[in-house]
Each structure stands twice: as C-alpha cells, then as structure tokens.
Design a protein around this ligand. Structure first.
Ligand code: XMP
Length: 317
C-alpha cells in the first residue's frame, strides 16, 4: 500500500543515488507540485539544489513577493528573477492560445538556460511534473492534434544539456499534497489551488498587455479573497477569473458605459482530468459581482462559467 512516508524515504534515497554530488537547478512556480519536488530534492542533496523563481508578469496579485518569502523561510536556496518585460515583449500581438503558450514556454527555457549557466557544473534540471501531466501530454501529443501544450512537459532543447529529474511523475495531486504535508511544507503552499504555468496569459483571451494583466489580477484577487473569507476556498479544487475580449454596454449614474466582461470559474476535481463546475451560493456570486464591478475600473459585467470538463476544459485557452 502507498504511504507518503514510504514514498518520501524511497524517493530521497533514489535521488541521492541518482544525483550524488551533482548540482541541480529547478524552476519553482509557487504551486504545490514544484514546491514539493524541490523540497524532496533539497532533502536529498541540500545546497547543491538551486531554485529559480521567475516573475513572468503573469502571476496572481502579490504572488511573486509572497511566495518568494515562503520559499526562503523553507530554507530553499532560491533566486527570484524579474523578467516580466521579456514575457510581455514575447507575447506582444499574439492572440492564438497555442502561440501564446509556445511563446511563454520559449521564454521560460531561455531564462532557465541563462540562470543554469550561472551555476558552474550544473547537470540536472528538477521538475514538478506529476502523473496527470505525463498522461495528458502523451495523449495530446499523439498522432491526433494537440489540445493544449503543457509547457512544463516534453523535455528540453538539446542546448541545455541537462538531465531531467522528476520525483513526482508517478503521483496524483492528492498524493502530492499528502507528501507535502508530511514534509511540513506550509499549508499556504500545500492548500493552494493549482495554477497553470502560462498563468494569466491563458485567462486573458486575445492579446496580452500589462494593463489587462493588472485588471485581471484585481478581479482574481477579489474572487479568491472572497472564497477564503466565506470559507469556500477549500471546497473548491481550482478557481480563477477570465478576462474576455469583448465589451458590453452598461450604465453608471446617467452615463452609458462600454466596458469589459469577466467570467468567474470554480471547479471541483480530483486530478484536473475531469472537472465539475461548483454550485457557489448565489448570494456569494452576487457579492463578488458587485465588488468586482465597483472596485475594478474598466469592468462592468461579471458572468459565471457553468461548464464542466469534458467537454469544456478548466482553462479557457
Ligand atoms: P485544462 O484547461 O486542460 O486544465 O482542463 C487542467 C489543469 O491543468 C492546468 N493547466 C496547466 N498547468 N501548465 C501547467 O502547469 C500548463 O500549460 C497548463 N495548462 C492547463 C489547469 O490550470 C488545470 O489545473
């Protein structure tokens, strides 16, 4: 039978044998998976692990500063890299979902390559890939068309010359959380909803600008904070907001407005492969809608996504 303690001991022993005295570089995303993977590797090889946390300008409000702080408290050797502008430049004018994902994946790899070259003799790249990522990417990269390219799966370009180490690639999300709790990673990280690597870029339909990111961050923050304040956050597997590329007519005072629409999404799931929309209380949704429209400039309409996966996906892009 699977238990987190057995898994942890076996994995640390494995990692020690595999990596020895080599150096490892690893990208952290602020999510559960990369945090748990990094902690395991850190337990196995200590300071020979260097973590890189990239501010791609597509994270949630205040996420970069808060998460970087938690990592430092956890004792991880972590470098924060602010490369927002590089990502915005690469995304400029792109509207097609796969082009956006590919651009983001490309810049991530460039940044990594740069950071990895600053670590003399680094041989390995740690990744927080979990089992559902592996199967989704196998099935979607098969002979049929790609549904969504997960930038964090599928290996690296040759020029990086790093071997990949993925200690969680046999686990499901609930198992990763169990391992994380056994490793005493703070609950603020373990209980965190999943968040996609390409971040808010795949929740802003159409082209990405710094201004749109700012708008969506504010909306998302109100929604997520609202879920927490109403004791709903832990009832939901994943939640977020989507900025739609359309304007709709509204009215404020005597004035006609013509502003943006945002969608709220909250789903229940076990592993992200299937998902049901959550029946959030109407009163709560009403409150969120008022708060968002009153507080976020440029938004005059809020809708709630009542689609399940399949046939919809969790993310809109
Ligand atoms: P979909 O939209 O495919 O999402 O139903 C399933 C789960 O995967 C997350 N997701 C990603 N995670 N890189 C990631 O690390 C990605 O490119 C990516 N795309 C989707 C999504 O947030 C959901 O939890």
């Amino acid at each position: 039978d699977w238990t987190s303690d057995v898994f942890i001991d076996a994995t640390i022993a494995d990692l020690k044998a595999k990596i020895g005295t080599d150096k490892v570089v690893m990208g952290l995303s602020g999510g559960v998976d990369s945090s748990v993977a990094a902690t395991l590797i850190h337990r196995a090889i200590g300071e020979n692990l260097t973590c890189v946390f990239v501010d791609n300008g597509l994270l949630r409000k205040n996420e970069f500063e808060e998460v970087l702080d938690s990592y430092k408290h956890m004792g991880l050797n972590v470098i924060g890299v602010d490369v927002k502008q590089q990502f915005y430049d690469a995304l400029e004018g792109l509207t097609e979902p796969e082009s956006k994902r590919k651009a983001i994946g490309r810049v991530f790899i460039e940044i990594f390559d740069e950071e990895a070259h600053k670590i003399p003799g680094v041989k390995w790249l740690g990744q927080g890939t979990i089992y559902p990522d592996v199967i989704e990417s196998v099935s979607i990269n098969g002979p049929s068309a790609t549904i969504k390219s997960h930038h964090n799966v599928g290996g690296l370009p040759d020029f990086m010359k790093l071997s990949v180490v993925e200690p969680l690639n046999t686990l499901f999300k609930d198992e990763v959380r169990e391992v994380g709790r056994a490793l005493e990673i703070p609950e603020t990280i373990i209980g965190r909803h999943p968040f996609p690597g390409p971040g808010l870029a795949i929740r802003i339909l159409g082209d990405i600008t710094a201004e749109k990111v700012k708008t969506l961050q504010e909306v998302d923050h109100i929604f997520i904070q609202g879920l927490k304040d109403h004791g709903l956050y832990d009832e939901v597997w994943q939640a977020g907001a989507i900025l739609l590329p359309i304007h709709s007519v509204g009215v404020m005072g005597d004035e006609r407005t013509y502003e943006k629409v945002v969608a709220l999404r909250a789903v229940g799931s076990v592993d992200g492969m299937t998902a049901d929309w959550i029946h959030l209380p109407y009163e709560f949704l009403g409150k969120m809608s008022n708060e968002i429209i009153n507080r976020v400039k440029g938004v005059n309409r809020v809708v709630y996504d009542i689609s399940s996966k399949p046939p919809a996906t969790i993310e809109w892009e």
